[in-house]
Write a protein that binds this ligand. Structure first.
Ligand SMILES: C[S@@+](CC[C@H](N)C(=O)[O-])C[C@H]1O[C@@H](n2cnc3c(N)ncnc32)[C@H](O)[C@@H]1O
Length: 207
């Protein structure tokens, strides 16, 4: 399984934003949505072996949330960012009045998060996590199991100092997909591509 943990910073966790201003008032939800759709979509298929956790920080009275997306179960996910943003917004809005996890749409579960930094620390445990960062070592020479890996990366805004401290103190490998600072969705594309090459061509469909 390929897992991504995406650290989001400015998207209103209440879901109170318009789909007509994803790059502005929605705190760069355009790029978050593009990252989600890039993580799961292929030309004519979905990446069923991919999972993603999108971590949204608390804002004012609204507590932090996480949206967990399972490529084996996801439905209604299309390659365009607007409809993906709509799915994520719907999940955040659904979660607003409740204090437990709920499947907002098939394969997309939203849940309150009491301590986002503890959630991040949890993702670094188990010896399978990599931190995707511009200053990391070259992905092409990194050693890890491509069929069981968790890649942690940030939305268009760098990790906060507290997030960075958690990531550094976890001592997980820091890995770079290339010499340029890329958009989040581009990093996901490059990462998938390297892992696709390592894993090799997919087998015949099982069902
Ligand atoms: C748009 S970048 C963050 C902002 C960027 N540091 C800047 O100067 O504007 C989004 C995230 O993608 C990841 N990233 C960007 N370029 C990368 C690279 N070459 N290798 C690995 N990760 C990268 C990092 O997780 C980064 O926080």
């Amino acid at each position: 399984v390929r897992r991504f943990v995406l650290l989001v910073h400015k998207v209103p966790v209440s879901g109170a934003f318009t789909l007509n201003d994803l790059a502005g008032g929605a705190g760069r939800m355009d790029e978050v949505a593009r990252a989600v759709s890039t993580a799961f979509t292929l030309s004519n298929d979905l990446r069923h072996d991919t999972q993603m956790t999108v971590l949204f920080p608390a804002a004012g009275p609204v507590g932090a949330r996480k949206i967990t997306i399972d490529g084996g179960r996801i439905r209604y996910l299309n390659p365009d960012e607007r409809s993906t943003a709509a799915l994520l917004k719907n999940a955040l809005v659904r979660s607003l009045p409740i204090d437990h996890a709920v499947e907002a749409s098939p394969g997309m579960v939203v849940a309150p998060v009491a301590d986002p930094l503890a959630e991040l620390s949890g993702a670094t445990e188990g010896g399978r996590a990599l931190w995707l960062t511009e200053s990391g070592a070259d992905l092409r020479t990194a050693t890890f199991d491509p069929s069981d890996v968790t890649a942690i990366l940030s939305d268009p805004f760098d990790p906060t100092p507290a997030e960075e401290e958690r990531l550094r103190s976890s001592s997980i490998p820091q890995v770079s997909v290339g010499p340029r600072s890329l958009r989040t969705s581009q990093v996901i594309d490059a990462f998938h591509n390297e892992l696709d090459r390592r894993v090799g061509p997919p087998g015949p469909p099982t069902a």
